[in-house]
Ligand binder design. Structure first.
Ligand SMILES: NC(=O)C1=CN([C@@H]2O[C@H](COP(=O)(O)OP(=O)(O)OC[C@H]3O[C@@H](n4cnc5c(N)ncnc54)[C@H](OP(=O)(O)O)[C@@H]3O)[C@@H](O)[C@H]2O)C=CC1
Ligand SMILES: CC(=O)C(=O)O
Ligand SMILES: [Mg+2]
Length: 573
């Protein structure tokens, strides 16, 4: 990748802002041209180069004579993608496009987000990570392994872009509900950052995917000849801590105080501690703990319109007491506590969690990990979920176990027996790990469930009615949340910002959505939704005195929209 990357010759995205915010030179005389221009994914337009551009940039003869519009390119690519029967082939075609013509990739993704989200994100990204070694073509992010220990700052400087605003980092130990995929977890930061740009409008060149390779305990990968990571067991303790700390320190040193770092798909034995440790010194958030919490709270608040009552009137039961489960539980409790002016401990009493050993109860407290302890209420032990449902009588059942088909017919029927409109959220990803399918949820509740899942399901026909399941995925939150932090120059994340994001998302659910039983707005409006989320998050940051970009813009929604990356081609002078 040559210098043209850093010195675009185009009417650069939001030039004035880019200059002011990131110190980028907006105009430069260094011109990528000819063959190199066609090989430069950031400036390539393929057949859309105009006659004048072909003359000016030495492209004559390098392209066939026809000139087509970007819209026609999108149409052609969509037609081509639809020919593939296998999702992974679609994924690879999308990755090839991203690596050959970035603007076209984003235009296609933005304009057909509902069709293509399952391709670049869950569920297909899960399979892509499992097979990442076999399908690996070109690096899409930075690999920081134990081999780089002691020189991580230099490694960061190898990345061709300098004005990075957001990093998504994983160590690959808990990739979706697929377990430890080691270095091949890279598909997740790459996918998440594609959504930062497509859904949240963060400039693609400001995004950096990172995978920390501290080894893997996945024997299958260790024995796989195509595995791309270190062939050793994971390091733990001091060695792991030092590696991550060196990375965190180098990132701040290289990119400054306002660089946003999103932790993604770390195992829970590291995730909570890293969040706690670095939230004091860095702009960090954990998507699985906090982003998920914000999206689920939004869905539940919206669902109140369908089921009635306040959040405090409901009772919540989780299958899975890890990052997602306890993260969501805590934000629900916080919201209830704030809204009803009650103590957090009392609000927590409305929430129950089941882990692999059964209901989390006080008699287990000594042996529980610290993040489960606030949920260890007084109750006799219960081993299985059906008994827990029958005993606790929840109005809301949330799956965050990472284990598929754990909401059995008996469990769902028990929910339906207790509730007129049971709220059932099967959040585990990818589709194979979903606690139940949409069809099961609607059939077993005779069409009464309010259902959403982490990975998408098709609409279901049941007794002549069509039920449209929602997608409860943190993808609704993190792109807009990140945009809000970046555009306001915020330096720390606070729970109140997550609540603000949640409120903004819930407010985007329309009567038309409710009439279809939906508790989330469709993804088709996501850029508008993200602008609203960004505005609320930024407003909260200004209110808390954590935003550094002053003065505060008067209309934050308009400001968010004006900051958003557009994938339309610019004309090359
Ligand atoms: N929809 C969305 O936006 C998101 C979805 N997720 C999904 O949520 C799932 C869990 O992620 P995360 O919370 O980070 O994972 P964790 O590993 O932190 O937590 C998993 C929890 O599930 C429990 N568990 C595992 N197996 C069973 C079982 N058979 N019965 C009951 N409980 C069980 C574990 O129990 P124990 O503690 O005893 O081991 C643990 O408490 C993943 O599939 C992930 O893809 C995550 C983030 C966002
Ligand atoms: C969606 C997501 O972040 C997860 O499943 O881990
Ligand atoms: Mg995740």
């Amino acid at each position: 990748m040559e210098s043209s990357l850093k010195n675009p010759v185009i009417d650069f995205y939001n030039e004035d802002k880019a200059t002011e915010d990131q110190g980028v030179t907006p105009w430069t005389l260094s011109v990528a041209s000819g063959y190199n221009l066609l090989r430069d994914p950031y400036h390539n337009k393929g057949l859309a180069f105009t006659e004048k551009e072909r003359d000016a940039h030495y492209l004559r003869g390098l392209l066939p004579p026809t000139v087509i519009s970007q819209d026609l390119q999108v149409k052609k690519l969509l037609n081509n993608l639809r020919q593939y029967q296998v999702s992974l082939q679609k994924y690879m075609a999308m990755m090839d496009l991203q690596e050959s013509n970035e603007n076209l990739f984003y235009k296609l993704l933005i304009e057909h987000v509902e069709e293509l989200l399952p391709v670049v994100y869950t569920p297909t990204v899960g399979e892509a990570c499992q097979k990442y070694g076999s399908i690996f073509r070109r690096p899409q992010g930075l690999y920081i392994s134990l081999k780089e220990k002691g020189k991580i700052l230099e490694v960061l400087q190898n990345w061709p872009e300098t004005s990075i605003q957001v990093i998504v980092v994983t160590d690959g130990e808990r990739i979706l509900g697929l377990g430890d995929l080691g270095c091949q977890g890279m598909g997740i930061p790459v996918g998440k950052l594609s959504l930062y740009s497509a859904l949240g409008g963060v400039r693609p060149s400001a995004c950096l995917p990172v995978t920390i390779d501290a080894g893997t305990n996945n024997e299958k990968l260790l024995n796989d000849e195509f595995y791309i990571g270190l062939r050793q067991k994971r390091v733990t303790g001091q060695e792991y801590t030092e590696l991550v700390h060196e990375f965190m320190t180098a990132v701040k040193r290289n990119y400054g105080e306002k660089i946003l770092i999103q932790f993604e798909d770390f195992a829970n034995h590291n995730a909570f501690d890293l969040l706690e440790k670095y939230s004091k010194t860095h702009l960090v958030f954990n998507d699985d703990i906090q982003g998920t919490a914000s999206v689920v709270l939004a869905g539940l608040v919206a669902a109140l319109k369908l089921v009635g009552g306040t959040l405090a009137d409901h009772k919540f039961l989780f299958l899975g007491a890890g990052e997602a489960g306890t993260g969501i539980a805590e934000l629900i409790a916080l919201e209830i506590s704030k809204k009803t002016n009650t103590a957090l401990e009392d609000a927590r009493k409305k929430i129950w969690l089941v882990d692999s050993k059964g209901l989390v109860v006080s008699s287990r407290k000594e042996s529980l990990q610290h993040f489960k302890q606030p949920w260890a209420h007084e109750h006799e032990p219960i081993k299985d979920l059906v008994s827990a449902v029958k005993d606790i009588n929840p109005t809301v059942l949330i799956g965050t176990s990472g284990v598929g088909r754990t909401f059995t017919k008996e469990v769902v029927e028990a929910m339906a027996a207790i509730n007129e409109k049971p709220i059932i959220l099967a959040l585990s990803n990818p589709t194979s790990q979903s606690e139940c399918t949409a069809e099961e949820a609607y059939t077993w509740t005779e069409g009464r469930a309010i259902f959403a899942s982490g990975s998408p399901f098709e609409p279901v026909e049941y007794k002549g009615n069509v039920f449209v399941p929602g997608q409860a995925n943190n993808a609704y939150i993190f792109p807009g949340f990140g945009l809000g932090l970046i555009m306001s120059g915020t330096i720390r994340v606070r729970d109140d910002m997550l609540l603000a994001a949640s409120e903004a998302l819930a407010a985007q659910v329309t009567q038309e959505n409710f009439d279809k039983g939906l508790i989330y707005p469709p993804f088709i409006n996501i850029r508008n939704i993200s602008a609203n989320i960004a505005a609320k998050v930024a407003a909260k940051a200004y209110e808390l005195g954590l935003a550094t970009r002053l003065p505060q813009p008067k209309d934050l929604v308009k400001h968010a929209e004006s900051c958003m990356y557009s994938p339309s081609y610019r004309s090359y002078r």
